[in-house]
Design a protein around this ligand. Structure first.
Ligand code: CTP
Ligand SMILES: C[C@](O)(CO)[C@H](O)COP(=O)(O)O
Length: 240
């Protein structure tokens, strides 16, 4: 029997509209390296990861291959494929490319290219949990009270103990996530994360308690936080 492998699928094909930078946000520098390179480094160094499929805007593939993948010596990147209109479409393109490498039972860790502070420990926990469940979702308990609002009017205040903020990686066996994406496409369902596609097919997605440092760099103030997190890492002697 073949051993179960783990592959990373990194969607990095967004436009970074909310960042409003002059270049796509994943190429902005943090400590002299593109944000995307910081993210790739964590997967490259993790011995449990066999290969990485990177999804970027079609016209940025040559730049990404030269300036991020080759420049960073990321030897585990086995595919760079064009993204789609929405994140879900980009992930689907990555899954199609991974059909060439992954078996049904292999674990796929789907992780935003712009979440550079993911830890090796959370990758390991995600792989372990995804092997024995329909999915593993890294998430943190909501710190604020969250309201449901329709047309400017609060219609509900869900109990905070039940609310978790979804992060990535979101990890699944290849057959589970491929089937969930195929079904969503057929049903014209668009979700904002991958776990929701598995949930709607009655899959049981288990929480992996995450880390508040694992931010998604979305708006300019996130860059200030990211610089502060990096400075703290350097002070604590963490390897870059
Ligand atoms: N069509 C898309 C949209 C998003 N993403 C990726 O999904 C991750 C999370 O998305 P988000 O932070 O929302 O990025 P953008 O879509 O780039 O941001 P914005 O919505 O501000 O344009 C990012 O790594 C982004 O590159 C993607 O691969 N394909
Ligand atoms: C998948 C995700 O990172 C979970 O928080 C997020 O939903 C993707 O980003 P977006 O801001 O919803 O596009």
């Amino acid at each position: 029997m073949n051993a179960v492998k783990a592959f990373a699928l990194i969607p990095a094909a967004g436009m970074g509209k909310r960042m409003g930078a002059s270049i796509n946000k994943q190429y902005l520098l943090l400590d002299g390296r593109p944000i995307l390179a910081h993210t790739l480094s964590v997967f490259e160094k993790c011995p449990l990861i066999t290969g990485i499929c990177l999804v970027t805007p079609a016209d940025e593939i040559p730049y990404c291959r030269e300036e991020v993948v080759k420049a960073g010596n990321f030897s585990k990147v086995i595919e760079i494929v064009p993204g789609g209109k929405e994140r879900q479409n980009s992930v689907m393109n990555g899954l199609v490319a991974l059909e060439r490498h992954a078996s049904a039972g292999d674990v796929i860790l789907i992780h935003d290219g712009v979440r550079p502070f993911i830890s090796a420990d959370l990758l390991q926990q995600s792989i372990d949990v995804a092997r024995s469940n329909d999915g593993a979702l890294v998430a943190v308990p909501a710190k604020d009270t969250i309201k449901t609002v329709i047309n400017g009017i609060v219609v509900d205040t869900p109990a905070r103990e039940t609310l978790w903020q979804a992060q990535t990686p979101q990890s699944f066996r290849f057959s589970v996530i491929h089937e969930a994406h195929r079904k969503a496409e057929l049903d014209c369902f668009l979700g904002t994360d991958d776990a929701s596609l598995v949930e709607r097919s009655s899959g049981k997605v288990r929480i992996v308690r995450g880390d508040y440092h694992n931010i998604k760099i979305t708006t300019p103030e996130d860059l200030v936080l990211a610089e502060a997190f990096l400075a703290a890492q350097v002070q604590n002697g963490a390897p870059s």
